[in-house]
Write a new protein. Sequence first.
Lengths: 116, 887
Amino acid sequence: MASRKTPAAGDMLQGTLDMLILRTLVMGPAHGHTIAQVIEHTSENALEVEQGSLYPALHRLEDRGLLSSAWGVSENNRKAKFYSLTARGRKHLIAETSRWRQMTRAIGLILGEPAE
Amino acid sequence: MNLHRFTEREKKDADLAEEIESHLAHEQDTNADRGLEPEEARRQARLKFGNPLTVREGVWRYRSLPWVDDIWRDFRFVLRSLAKTPGFAAIAILVIAVGIGANTAVFSVINAVLLKPLSYPDPQSLVQLRNLNPHGSNPGSSVPKFNIWHQQSSVFQYVAGYDQGGAGLNLTGGNDPEQVQGIHVTADYFRLFGAPILAGRTFTAAEDSPNGGHVVVLSYGLWKRRFGGNSKIVGSTIQLEGQPYLVVGVIGRGFVTEPAGDLWLPYQFDLTTQDQAHYFFTAARLKPGVTLPMANAQLKLAADQFRRVYPAGILGPQDSFGVVSLQEAIVGDTRTSLLVLLGAVGLVLLIACANVANLLLIRATARKRELATRAALGAGRGHIIRQLLTESLVISLSGGLLGLILGVVGVRVLLAVGPAGIPRIGEDGSAVTLDSNVLLFTFGVSVITGILFGLLPAIGASHPNITTTLNESSNRSGVGFRSGKLRSLLVISEMALALVLVIGAALLIRTFLKLQAVDPGFETRNVLTMTMAISAPRFQQTLGVAQVIHDGTERLNAIPGVVTSAASCCLPLQGGFGLPFDIVGRPKGSDRWTGGGGYDSVSWSYFDTFKIPIRRGRSFTEHDDGSAPGVVIINEALAKQYWPKGDPLKDRLLIAAGVGPAFADPPRQIIGVVGDVHNGSLEENPFPMMYVPVAQMPDKMTALNSRIAPLWWIIRTQVEPHTLIKPISAALRDVSGGLPVAHVRSMDEIVILTTSRQRFNMLLLTIFGASALLMAAIGIYGVMAYSVQQRTQEIGVRMALGAQVGNIRNMVVRQGMTLALIGVVLGVGGAFWLTHFIAGFLFGVKAWDPMAFIATPLLLSMVALLAVWIPARRATRVDPMTALRFE
């Protein structure tokens, strides 16, 4: 019965994780383990998350129609579920990225950093 | 989307488990590549992943709909617990079903009569034109009034006159003549009501003017039934009263008039007439944007205009014109009577709720330990309330479903058994149907009911003192003071509500009995009546009507079993025409007429046949015909009013002077005074009456009469009147040249019909009152029986200490009767106030009738005593030894 409210910071983190996943899949379909590794490397380990927390995010994105999935065979010759970006997901990523850029730019201006 | 996620979650979870396994395998591979031992590689992979179960749970929860889960769990729990106590479940559901069934039945009638809009397009803008006077309003229209109303084009889009097809027409041609309802209408009628035209057209203005020819528009029903739905009928002729009528059109299905008609004929008014007779109705469609007050204001001006144009006295200075919505005009005073019934049936449901609430309280007490255990195991208060409410809702919704069936069947049975004379319900209540309104009502009432009877017990049970309850050693944890008090309150209100209902029922029963005891002024037994439509041309003259009455009477009297027979324009108890009169030679001051009264044209044997006593003078004879001097007979009411001391037989009456050319009539000698007859209805006092021989009617009046009303035949028989229907109708058809008869009823049946509204109300309220009484009795019995059971131990101790059997019994009776009597006192108070609402339905009984207000509380107290007596007796049979050992 107990339901914990996710703090606002978590929401932001979740949004960020979603974006990282979508960004990763721009390169092409990948399975969960690959996605986790790519995120780990590209984000310079800034996101210290357990790899498991990736999966709820993947399923949510799939439910929203941003990702699609299919079982396949991995580079290690193992069975794995491959995720790929849908058209909607691609659109969503572009919109989110530009929103993100605008926001960081605005924050930068406020903090007095020179515009890039 | 959500639901889909919810239903697929089992499959998805398995999928996720496999996916996680795959992830771990990949990570293990990676680790192994770095040179780790397989076991260590596996461990590291798991470490990095986190708890797979948490991940799966997270996804699972995200896919679930928490409330659906909870309610489903509660629901299964409730079903189990109800199945364990089938007796409780059955009684509770049945009580609620009776309550909801009664409400559904009454509501389905209200839905058909009051709520469903009229079936015409844009029904809100349809109005009926009325004559307003200081006492109220009535819908009669005369041609001059119609004319003025028709001119008010600033507020009305269409204005049309119509009648209710009273006379009936004989559809002849072919082997099988048939009497049909022909409604006379003016040309705009169909446009006004937006009638769909299936074939042909409706009347033109030329056809709806004097000498417009014989044209007719058929209804869908008649067209299908009689003419086989042949669309070639348009343009051909049919035979009405032996006359050819050109069919110009057929109206589409679904166009229903109130009352229903088979065909329409043009009224063909002579709009220049000064004829002031009121013999039809007028409806209008308001122009878009015109409101009722605007129309009423305009009609007030129209009344002034009318007074300027026509002689003084026709429209009094106090009188005016106005409109009411057509639906209101059709529904009339049925509204109040239906709303009273709804109120009464609502009280029944309240009592049912109180009863079930009581049962639930008792059940909650018995389940105290169970609930306390659940609370101790961590169930929140809200959770327990929700679970108990789910239980009440399961009961009330099951009851509602059963009630729906009961109600739908019940209303059919009721309308079949007691025709109520309710407008708009169609033939035998066929318009009372189960539609979404009724379903929604029943569902809504079920839910509200469930919350109503479930909430109090649920809240009461939801804050148990866990430790004390769990520590109590026995399963008879005593009647908690709180819930005991609550139950007493419920029983008191049940008694009070039941008393209100039973008093209402008693008042209506008394009304009905008083009505039955009214002497109608004539002998109703062994009298058969029937109508004959006489709109054929030969009946437009007095001689033709007199002839058929003469021949018919002769033939009827020859039938074995017939005592006497007569004919008239109207029957007692059904109202009739009224006209003003002057007493020749008596000054009338500034008044236009000396007075007024009912006006019946009757054949010479009318008083004989009805056994109406001749108080003074003589009755009519066959010789009082057109060639004899004009005569009139008055009733005692008229004699008393206008000759309080003098002798009416010396005077002459000039009837309807100046009302219009159709009514021109020389003065008539008063030749007799007859006993009063209830002409309007049994409730109304007999009003002043004039009787004129049919054979002496002015021709023009006969013509008007024949057009708007049928001829009534009245036959007094020696034997059961219905056994003679066949020879009588054969004889009448024979003498009239093949005219059929219709509306064949005995006078006894007509008496029953005229009191059908009262009978219906009485029947319903008696059923409601009786069920309320029964429920209240069960309620008080239940509380006392339970209290005795709970106190077995205490009673045992009392008896062991020497209390007498009588003491114990009196103690229980006293407690029960205290509750009952408080309820009775409150109920009497409530009834004093509430019975004013039914004052309008009462006859010969005051709303605070002492009989009802004394007898009913006595009856209720006796029933309560009986209900209390049984548990009291049981208390006295408690064996002290068993009771004490039980601990």
